[in-house]
Design a protein around this ligand. Structure first.
Ligand code: PFF
Length: 459
């Protein structure tokens, strides 16, 4: 049973606000920028299928576990795991999960905000109409010369961090509702504009077949781990972001229904973004496996050649930057609430401190694309690549696995039933099993495949 009926950090005033905030956290660069390019790098259909399975079998149960734990504890993820861990798990060490998650959040933000800076740069360039009539060579050149310039990347990254920090300092409820309510529909419509353009340019058929023809022989051994990690990343799971948003959910809101809506919205945006990006990539003979620049190159090609394209392109990148911001905000929430609880310092001060730490950390990722591009932390991975890999492929899934086990095995079934509005019976048993057993086992199987204990793909 919940010890607190309200969180000291704030509350969503209604169910919609929670759905909007959680969707705002989930839908971001992961869907629009990352999903298309990693799908391209991992050969398409088979990767997409594994990703969708991971969303359904691992993502949805773990998301439910996270919001439930959050609402039961009503504190920062660290505080919640400490109090529920002591009460139901018999040890204070569950709090480590909250602590590691909080640090993971700012580590991610350090490179996420760098890409956020790229998006801001594109807002600006489209505003100036600089892609009018662009061809593939032009958009590729524009991207490469921008990321190659450390001071430009650093400048836009700094701007992104200043904006994020000033919003976070004021508290999450304010602003988030308006931002998400307006951003999501616009973002979706503009993605459809890009998609329709791609259809007219003739790349749609190949995009569909690339994304939905399942051919396991093209799958790399590492693709399964990447697909699973991405499922966690895209739903903001495994590090406490959704847990802290769960802490602000009023007691009478149905958690299961909201989780479905968030997961569905997130998946649809990713699939539409993928189709739009690949349609244009095929229509203009860009390489689908072209990497981190794919979104920027394809969309500017579309907007550069559409009537009123600069205006729509400007709006597109503006909405992408809002979507990025609403995700960035949620990445800071676990650590900020933790420090506020531990020190009683003001939220504003803590936010500024965190902003500065993230900025310093982020310089490593800024330079990964230019002056330090030859500096590899581990085999072939720049600082950016390494942080991305470490957090997404390992830290999120481990976090999610432990969250599932904690919720499924340590929280009393009756308390879970109360949270989900279901009384004892098969429904409760199934959900508890999905969370505590099925999802963790799937994560372990993928890990076992990655470290070579079992073989999941033909090599
Ligand atoms: N889900 C976000 C995206 O897909 O862009 C990224 C993210 C946000 C991951 C918040 C984790 C998180 F806690």
């Amino acid at each position: 049973m919940a010890e607190f009926t309200e969180s000291r950090h704030g509350m969503w005033s209604n169910r919609w606000l929670f759905i909007l905030a959680a969707t705002g956290s989930a839908v971001g660069l992961g869907n629009i920028w990352k999903f298309p390019y990693i799908t391209g790098e991992n050969g398409g259909g088979a990767f997409v299928l594994i990703y969708l399975i991971c969303i359904a079998v691992i993502g949805i149960p773990i998301m439910l576990a996270e919001v439930t734990i959050g609402r039961m504890g009503r504190l920062s993820p660290y505080g919640t795991m400490l109090s529920l861990g002591q009460k139901f798990g018999g040890t204070k060490y569950w709090s480590i999960l909250g602590g590691v998650g909080a640090v993971t959040g700012i580590t991610i933000l350090s490179f996420y905000a760098v890409i956020g800076g790229w998006v801001l740069y594109y807002v600006f360039r489209l505003l100036l109409g600089e892609f009018n009539g662009a061809d593939s060579e032009f958009v590729e050149g524009a991207f490469t010369s921008f990321v190659g310039s450390w001071w430009q990347v650093a400048g836009w990254f700094t701007l992104f961090m200043v904006i994020t920090t000033s919003i976070v300092a004021r508290g999450v409820e304010k602003g988030l509702e308006i931002a998400v309510k307006w951003t999501m529909p616009f973002l979706f419509i503009l993605l459809l504009v890009v998609l329709v353009y791609g259809i007219f340019e003739g790349g749609f058929g190949r995009a569909v077949s690339f994304m939905f023809t399942v051919d396991f022989s093209v799958l790399k051994p590492s693709s399964i781990l990447e697909a699973m990690g991405h499922a966690f990343f895209t739903l903001s799971l495994g590090m406490g972001a959704i847990m802290i948003y769960g802490a602000y959910v009023p007691s009478d809101v149905s958690l299961r229904g909201t989780v479905y809506i968030v997961a569905a919205a997130d998946t649809v945006v990713a699939l539409v973004a993928g189709l739009a990006v690949f349609s244009i990539a095929y229509a203009y003979s860009l390489d689908p496996a072209g990497g981190v620049g794919l979104l920027f190159q394809t969309t500017t090609l579309a907007f550069g050649n559409l009537p009123l394209g600069s205006f729509f392109g400007f709006l597109f990148f503006l909405t992408v930057s809002f979507a990025t911001l609403t995700s960035a905000i949620s990445l800071t929430e676990p650590i900020i609430t933790w420090i506020v609880e531990a020190t009683n310092a003001s939220r504003a001060r803590v936010s500024i401190l965190i902003g500065i730490v993230v900025w310093v950390l982020g310089l490593g990722s800024v330079f990964s694309f230019n002056i330090w591009s030859d500096f590899h932390l581990v085999e072939g991975k720049t600082i950016f690549d390494f942080l991305d890999y470490l957090t997404q492929a390992w830290l999120f899934p481990v976090g999610g696995l432990l969250i599932g086990i904690f919720a499924g095995f340590f929280l009393p079934k009756s308390a879970l039933g109360e949270q989900w509005g279901i009384s004892e019976g098969w429904k409760l048993t199934i959900w508890t099993l999905l969370i505590g057993v099925v999802a963790p086992i799937c994560v372990l199987i993928v890990f076992a495949g990655e470290i070579g204990v079992i073989s999941l793909v033909a090599e």
